[in-house]
Design a binder for this molecule. Structure first.
Ligand code: FAD
Length: 432
């Protein structure tokens, strides 16, 4: 008999909760990864950076497993069908994995767990990608928090060394099943091409954390960790990172709390994936002008900070947080385009794309989310640029022509757009 450890967004050997429990189950362990066709089919870029990142990570894991005398089993397909086959091929006792809080993932896991149960196989899932999840942080009357600040206070109160401890998987690696390395499908066979994208380092320098509080809001500075992609795919451990943050930067730790917060919002309020967190905001009559949306996507709005952000995103797959806020607000308020359009565009492009955080960020910008500012507060992109890019260094890097004749005029006048947004929001909310 064997037990399987099913890798998803936790692509590492060390400090991995589900893997640790599998290795301690008393049965030999085989690690499994499935390239999920359901997800791959939604991607339209053959050079997709995320797929490339996963692929490189899987290859590195396979090397590590080969050294340990075992092998990763890599399959492509719909997980339920892959499990039907695996049940025929291997004497599986149990499947171990880590929780995933997305709606699709919860349904997928339920279907796999049901199939396994019908076949007498147990399914065990663990908390791994967050510090706290599910019902661990609740208000006094037992409901989930819907505002960040009290959530974060409770989160910090509850945090102690137990939650920050690593799972010592390396102490149990002898419990993997001994087998020869199994082949991995090629990237081409999965329908993708190698991209030239390089990825940020897996660590955050002590120096960066020491200055994080002062630097993080200025997009011209390399002031943030760029660890998003590693957190997304679990190539680093949230517990290790939080330990470092806990010692070195309360501001950075606070960002990790935001990450937990949005996971629990998605987990407890799954309707946010498709609709406004605050239902009244579903009544806003968006203008949804396709041509204007295109100009926003391409970074041709005539607002240099907005255009710099969109071009940074298009070229690198990453955008600075301050500029994510400005570009998102501009789309929702200045252009009155449905936040879901922008959310979907970021989802296609961001290498650190994560449904929970992206949805949280977009609903915040649209005003429909948990911590949203009142709808009549509309970011002024020019003032934002003056404040956060005072020398225009960031703008010059991404929009070199911004002071020349070839640069477009602002596509909307700020005072007009501001008033229009307030009117349209007011009407929508009154209709609710
Ligand atoms: P750092 O500043 O170094 O922060 C470290 C880590 O903390 C991040 O990697 C991230 O995991 C977490 N974090 C930081 N800020 C937030 C936040 N506001 N909400 C949740 N987690 C946070 N973050 C994503 O991870 N994926 C997304 O798809 C995403 N989409 C966003 C869309 C919009 C419209 C907005 C306003 C924000 C979005 N964010 C998203 C949050 C934030 O912008 C990014 O996490 C951050 O810019 C990533 O860069 P970094 O790794 O250098 O962050």
């Amino acid at each position: 008999p064997v037990v399987l450890f099913w890798y998803r967004r936790d692509l590492r050997l060390h400090d991995n909760a589900g893997l640790y429990h599998a290795l301690r189950s008393g049965q030999p362990v085989l690690p499994v990864f499935i390239f999920d066709q359901t997800i791959l089919e939604t991607l339209d870029d053959r050079n997709d950076r995320r797929v490339n990142f996963i692929y490189q990570t899987i290859q590195a894991l396979q090397e590590a497993f080969t050294k340990l005398g075992t092998s990763l089993i890599v399959r492509a397909g719909k997980p339920l069908e892959v499990y039907r086959k695996l049940l025929n091929e291997l004497p599986i006792r149990a499947v171990y994995t880590n929780y995933d809080y997305e709606v699709y993932a919860k349904e997928r896991d339920q279907a796999v767990a049901d199939l396994l149960r019908e076949n007498g196989v147990a399914f065990h899932a663990y908390k791994d990608q967050t510090l706290f999840d599910r019902d661990e942080i609740l208000t006094g009357n037992g409901s989930p928090y819907t505002v960040f600040t009290p959530y974060s206070r409770r989160w910090l109160d509850k945090l102690n060394h137990v939650y920050l401890q690593s799972y010592p998987t390396e102490a149990y690696v002898r419990n993997f099943l001994t087998i020869n390395p199994q082949p991995i499908p090629t990237l081409e066979a999965l329908g993708f091409q190698p991209s030239k994208a390089s990825f940020p380092a897996k660590t955050v320098a002590d120096r960066l954390l020491a200055h994080y509080k002062e630097s993080r809001d200025f997009p011209a500075q390399p002031g943030t960790s760029e660890l998003g992609i590693h957190l997304r795919f679990g190539t680093i451990s949230i517990r290790e990172l939080a330990r470092q943050a806990h010692q070195q930067s309360a501001t950075f730790l606070n960002e990790l709390i935001w990450r937990d917060f949005y996971f629990q919002v998605l987990d407890h309020f799954p309707h946010v994936e498709k609709r406004a967190f605050r239902p009244a905001y579903d009544h806003i009559r968006w203008r949804n002008h396709e041509g204007e949306f295109q100009r926003w996507c391409e970074g041709q709005t005539g607002y240099p900070i907005v255009d710099a952000g969109m071009r940074q995103l298009n070229e690198t797959g990453w955008m600075h947080n301050r500029v994510r806020m400005i570009t998102a607000s501009f789309l929702c308020k200045h252009l009155l385009i449905d936040w879901r359009w922008g959310e979907a565009y970021f989802a296609r492009k961001l290498r650190d794309y994560d449904l929970a955080a992206n949805n949280g960020g977009w609903q915040w910008a649209a005003g429909s989310g948990t911590d949203a500012a009142p709808y009549f507060r509309v970011f002024n992109p020019t003032l934002q640029a003056q404040k956060f890019d005072p020398q225009s260094d960031y703008i010059r890097r991404w929009v070199p022509e911004f002071q020349s004749l070839s640069y477009p005029q602002p596509m909307v006048d700020h005072p007009m757009a501001r008033n229009r947004a307030i009117e349209v929001y007011k009407k929508g909310l009154a209709a609710a």
